[in-house]
Structures are given as C-alpha cells and as structure tokens.
Design a protein around this ligand. Structure first.
Ligand code: HSE
Length: 321
C-alpha cells in the first residue's frame, strides 16, 4: 500500500462517477453515482508551486504535467486563486478508479477531487476559508482541460451529490435535489473510448425547433417524475432528441443495448454523458441487474466486451474517504 493511503500528512478526497445529460438535459442535468470514483491525495511542501508526483490506475496515459492534467489544473486554480498560497507548495497524487473516456465523468471526478483536496490543504495551511464556489470554478477549469469546453454537468454532481441542474458556474446557479422515487442505476461501459471532444463534435450546431421542444418537455417531465415520485412519468421522460441520435452512431450496439434494458423492465435508458457508457434507471436492484446483464449481452453479441455495475443515485458528492 502506497504511503499516501495511510500517511496522515496527506489529505485524501474521493469524488464519485457521475451520469451527465440524463436523457433530455444536455449540458444541464447530472447525478452522482454511489461508486466508483477517483481519489486525489494532497499535501503541502516547502517548494512553491503545484506538483503532480504520481498517477495510479491510468495505464500511463494521462498527462503528468500539472496544467495539462484535470486534477492538477484544478488544484493549480485553487493555488492561484489566493496570493497567500504563492510562497507555499502543493504535492498531489491522483489515483484513478474510473475508466477514461467512458462517459462516467472521469475527468470531472479527478478535477473535483483535485480542487477540493487543494482547498482543504489551503484551509489548513494559510487559513483560506473553504469556499464551494472557488472549488466549483477550479474543478470546471480542470474539466475544461479534458473536454475543451466549460461545462459543469459532471462536475456539479461529483461535488455536491444528488441530482443537479446547472445554469451557470456559481453554486447558486446549480439546483440540487434528491429523487424521491426509489431508483437503482444500471451502468454498462463498452470497452472502447469516445473522447468527449469527439462526441461534442458529432453534434449539430443548430437543432430543429421540434427537437428542442421535445427535449424541453422531456426535461421538465423528468424533474417532475423524480421530485414527485411518478414512475409512469419517468418512463416517458428519458427521451433525448438533441444528442442521443447523433452520438448513437459513435456507439456500436447502442440501439440493441437500449432496447435490451427497456425489455428487462428499466424505466428508461440513454447515453451516460458523452458515452460510450450507457445508463438505465430501474425501480430496484433486481431489475437494474437484469437490465445491466441484458445490455452487456447486447454488446457481447456484437463482439464488444463491457464492464457493468448496479448502483444508486448517491446523495453524497466529493468527500474525505
Ligand atoms: N454534457 C457533456 C457532453 C458531458 O455530453 O458532452 C460530457 O462531459
């Protein structure tokens, strides 16, 4: 076991996987998953500046240069946000628990964990008040390094937990609630990567009015279904005419996997974030497990391996593990 896991000089923060978009809520909706997630360990050092000492669990593919790494960039943003931190140094270790480029909010989890760990160290070191807005902004800076755009629909639920609706980059521009309907989440991630940048480039710049209207109706219905606990409405709400039709082409096996989840009894199924992972909402673990198995079989029938798991929408966001 590496010493960052046990040595008390390290401040450790876990940030969970997230599902962004959630059907009709492109770039706005997201929810936090119970598992898995990334961990960032941070500790002060005498050498000014932020250094990323090691990355574990990434197969050696993530950039180790601080400003190019999502966790590093987020921590750097915290460090640059207060002049009193300038004479001090920060050391980081990133332990990846999430697969990369899979649509499960991997870059956001690293960014949130990096920002929160740096903010906690800064609070101990120079008494910088822990400020959620500062952490949120820094995490969005980190996310931007990976995806090329500033969007917070993974970052917000990774930080705050629950189901979030993002309107802007300030904490007060994020609505958060916890669904009252009992829900289990099936997640299946086919074993190939779709970079978020590529998935965003697959989207048209303009959309037909009828598609925009359909998504507005579905998004409103989804929130109503989850806040009022209306399972019948939920079955009608996981509809997306903005992103899903264009991104499905990047996910071989998508249509069969979605149909398999619905046939297994899921309320609905769509792409998780930019994909290729897919999620299905189900009334309980048994149905969610059946949906996950059915989706994985649909991919396997096309020669595509996948990982699958069943979890919940977690009320908890980033935290000390
Ligand atoms: N809303 C983003 C997208 C989430 O779908 O591109 C992925 O980062």
């Amino acid at each position: 076991m590496s010493d960052w896991q046990t040595d008390p000089s390290w401040t450790r923060v876990f940030a969970p996987a997230t599902v962004a978009n959630v059907g009709p809520g492109f770039d706005c909706f997201g929810f936090s998953l119970g598992e898995p997630g990334d961990i960032v360990a941070a500790r002060p050092s005498d050498r000014p500046g932020v250094r990323l000492l090691a990355i574990e669990g990434d197969g050696g593919v993530l950039p180790t240069e601080v400003a190019a790494n999502t966790a590093g960039r987020a921590a750097l943003s915290i460090w640059e946000s207060a002049p009193e931190l300038k004479p001090h140094g920060l050391e980081l270790i990133l332990a990846k628990g999430l697969p990369l480029c899979s649509g499960l909010g991997s870059s956001a989890a690293s960014a949130v964990a990096g920002a929160m760990a740096a903010a906690l160290v800064a609070a101990d070191l120079v008494g910088l008040p822990y400020d959620r807005g500062r952490v949120l902004k820094a995490a969005i800076d980190g996310e931007q390094v990976a995806s090329g755009t500033r969007h917070a629909d993974n970052v917000a639920p990774a930080l705050l937990g629950g189901f979030t609706i993002v309107r802007g980059e300030e904490p007060e521009q994020i609505a958060r609630f916890e669904p009252v309907l009992p829900l289990a989440v099936a997640v299946v991630a086919p074993a190939y990567e779709v970079p978020t940048k590529a998935a965003r480039e697959a989207l048209p710049r303009e959309v037909p009015l009828a598609d925009a209207v359909a998504n507005i109706a579905a998004a409103a219905t989804l929130v109503l279904a989850l806040t009022q606990g209306d399972a019948r409405l939920l079955r009608e709400a996981l509809v997306d005419r903005l992103a899903e039709p264009h991104r499905a082409k990047l996910i071989p096996g998508f249509a069969a996997a979605k149909q398999a989840a619905l046939d297994a009894g899921a309320y609905g199924c769509s792409i998780s974030g930019a994909g290729p992972a897919m999620f299905a909402l189900a009334p309980d673990d048994t149905v969610a497990d059946a949906a996950a198995v059915a989706m994985a079989r649909a991919f396997a029938a096309r020669g595509i391996e996948s990982i699958r798991f069943v979890t919940t929408i977690s009320s908890q966001g980033a935290r000390r593990p």
